[in-house]
Write a protein of this length. Structure first.
Ligand SMILES: N=C(N)NCCCC(=O)O
Ligand SMILES: [Zn+2]
Ligand SMILES: [Zn+2]
Length: 327
């Protein structure tokens, strides 16, 4: 191994600029980008952009997901270039960049939603695929608008303890509990290809479930993990999504609070991080066009447990995209 001073500071692979080399610059040094990837202004071509959306004005309970993007970046410093589970170097296959944070209005929610849609739209003109890091789940609606603009109505695999197809809260239509109802109403979703995974906990009434079906969703409940296992869940997803363009929305509260305490609306009885990562990894066979990781609220996190789970979820999604993009 050459002395640190003579080594390039980044892992390079052909024309791709990868993460800062942890053998040259200690991984705890320097400003955080996702997985220590280059900033978008440091490269010319972009395959996948990771973009922060620090916004939590749509929450119904604990606030704090506005600090999610910075926390997930900090918690992603230990990710390494090679993913043995998929036998892929995601950042060698694809040019992945950190596109920084969108600056959105924390006081006027309508303004914020417009800005997020515009920001996602602009990013998709530069990058083939977009992974956003929230932020509360409200942000999925404007991102889906940008995705549907590009791909047409889209299949959504939605990991969450919650349905997020509720109608309104205190008369407000745009909240973190309503993005997928609005998306269905706006015709953004392919109603024959959507499903929730990890749903659990008390609802407001049984009508929540009948409404949800009418909006085009199937459900793989959290407790079904015990009966059908990871393989069974993957089969259910693949059967539903098939070769449709698919958007993967990961609300970190899909994990049990033991694996993700740092979130705003925690529910007992969730997935393990191992289960979630295995399912995300399997998406290497799908037509994955984008995704989000939302609801990380660092004030309730300890030892970066939630941040690390979110960082690894992002890494598996990027790895799956890299396998799909393989020549
Ligand atoms: N999207 C998240 N995390 N939560 C939605 C919960 C809405 C509710 O409390 O009814
Ligand atoms: Zn949610
Ligand atoms: Zn949730």
């Amino acid at each position: 191994m050459p002395a640190a001073e003579s080594r390039p500071l980044r892992v390079l692979s052909g024309s791709r600029v990868g993460p800062v080399d942890a053998g040259a610059v200690p991984r705890f040094a320097g400003p955080a980008t996702f997985a220590r990837l280059p900033r978008i202004d440091e490269v010319s071509d972009v395959d996948v952009a990771v973009m922060g959306v620090p916004f939590d004005s749509g929450v119904s309970y604990r606030p704090g997901a506005r600090f999610g993007p910075a926390h997930v970046r900090e918690s992603s410093r230990l990710l390494r270039p090679y993913n043995p589970a998929l036998d892929v170097e995601p950042f060698g296959r694809l040019q992945v960049v950190d596109a920084g944070d969108l600056a959105v209005n924390p006081f006027f929610l309508d303004d914020a939603i417009t800005a997020i849609e515009r920001g996602a739209h602009g990013m998709l003109e530069r990058a083939d695929r977009l992974l956003t890091v929230g932020g509360d789940h409200t942000i999925a609606l404007p991102v889906l608008r940008a995705m549907a603009h590009r791909h047409g109505p889209i299949a959504v695999v939605h990991f969450d303890a919650h349905l997020d197809t509720w109608d309104s809260y205190f008369g407000a239509a745009y909240t973190h509990g309503t993005p997928f109802r609005r998306a269905a109403e706006e015709g953004l979703l392919d109603g024959s290809g959507c499903l929730h995974v990890g749903t659990r906990g008390p609802l407001y009434s049984s009508k929540d479930l009948t409404d949800d079906v009418e909006l085009g969703f199937q459900i793989v409940h959290s407790h079904e993990m015990d009966d059908i296992g990871v393989r069974g869940v993957i089969e259910r997803i693949v059967e539903r999504v098939r070769d449709r363009p698919v958007y993967v929305s990961v609300d970190i509260d899909v994990l049990d609070p033991a694996f993700a305490p740092g979130t705003g609306t925690p529910e007992a009885g969730g997935l393990t991080s191992r289960e979630l990562l295995a399912i995300l990894r399997s998406f290497a066979g799908l037509n994955l066009v984008g995704g989000d990781i939302v609801e990380v609220a660092p004030a309730y996190d300890h030892a970066e447990i939630t941040g690390i789970a979110a960082a690894h979820a992002g890494y598996e999604l990027l790895s799956a995209m890299a396998v799909i993009g393989r020549p």
